[in-house]
Design a protein around this ligand. Structure first.
Ligand code: CAA
Length: 283
């Protein structure tokens, strides 16, 4: 089946980034969220990114307009009846994702692959919500999506070879490099990255160093492009906590316990860049 129209559920920082790279690859996109203001915010973020490329001379105004012209917005999941492949990039919340997959399963044609951008929830558990588990797969983009080269492709127990091959080739079409992970909590990327971020938060919690020093040590001492606390603010502290909870629940191993300071920040609504305050403050 030729994939011409790609559905994205969620217009937040991951969803709008995915919609942008898909539209840039020449496919049509339907970007869906539950409220009009959310999809409008998503389109605004994409437009800002593309405008920056135009200003830098990396993209023509005509190409920018063509990319934007390929993105339709929607606030009704029934619009997914028109897509040839769907990826869900909603908040990292299990009951929410389960409901979305039930809705997608009812709405999308039976041959359509349903991918999830989940950062840690087992694919098998999500696939079980549908009548097409062989067509459910993880397609995990990294933040910021337009810049990061990796797509982690996660095979569930029931994922078919055909579903895997189509997803892998799509990731390449989007200009990304796919890597295969099997279905265990956190997969590869967050199994390794998130405990490091959590440990950095423990260092702050135990006053081993200031936030600036912790970040400087990892930036200059380990050549990371950003320090772990800056990165946590970029990812979103609520997402970091949700991933740590999934690792902890999935493995029942105390090495994955979330730092109490992380929980405290999330409870206070200090979620990082998106709320203007996390470990750092933002305009
Ligand atoms: N959206 C689009 N483009 C962006 C961007 C954004 N949010 N942020 C930066 N860019 C672009 C810039 O425009 C610039 O483009 P050009 O090269 O065309 O000029 C380029 O990226 C480099 O940006 P900067 O020069 O401003 O800054 P930088 O060199 O520090 O790079 C960065 C910024 C790419 C974000 C870099 O700091 C980095 O790689 N950080 C680590 C990111 C990371 O680890 N992401 C993974 C998070 S984990 C995850 O996503 C998985 C999960 O499930 C939680």
């Amino acid at each position: 089946m030729e994939i011409k129209t790609f559905g994205v559920i969620g217009a937040g920082q991951m969803g709008n980034g995915i919609a942008q790279v898909v539209a840039m690859s020449g496919l049509n996109v339907i970007m869906n969220d539950i409220r009009q203001e959310f999809v409008e915010k998503g389109v605004k973020a994409i437009t800002k990114n593309l405008d920056r490329s135009v200003d830098k001379g990396k993209m023509s105004k005509e190409d920018r307009d063509a990319v934007l012209g390929r993105i339709k917005t929607s606030v009704d999941i029934k619009d997914m009846a028109d897509v040839d492949f769907a990826v869900e990039a909603a908040t990292e919340n299990e009951p929410l994702k389960f409901q979305i997959f039930k809705n997608l399963d009812e709405t999308c044609r039976p041959e359509v692959i349903l991918a999830t951008n989940t950062s840690s929830i087992p694919i098998g558990r999500i696939a079980f919500q549908t009548k097409r588990p062989e067509k459910v797969i993880g397609m995990h983009f990294m933040n910021p999506v337009p810049v990061m080269k990796l797509v982690e492709v996660i095979r569930g127990l029931a994922t078919s070879d055909e579903t895997f091959n189509v997803t892998w080739e799509l990731a390449e079409k989007f200009g990304k490099t796919p890597a295969l992970a099997n279905d265990y909590p956190g997969f590869i990327a967050n199994r390794i990255l998130m405990p490091m971020i959590n440990e950095a938060i423990f260092c702050l919690y135990q006053s081993v160093g200031t936030k600036e020093d912790i970040d400087t040590v990892m930036r200059l001492g380990a050549n990371h492009p950003m320090g772990p606390l800056t990165l946590a603010d970029l990812i979103g502290l609520d997402t970091c906590l949700a991933i740590m909870e999934t690792l902890y629940d999935g493995f029942k191993d105390s090495k994955y316990r979330p730092c109490p300071l992380l929980r405290k920040y999330v409870e206070a609504g200090w979620l990082g860049r998106k709320t203007g305050r996390g470990f750092y403050t933002y305009d």
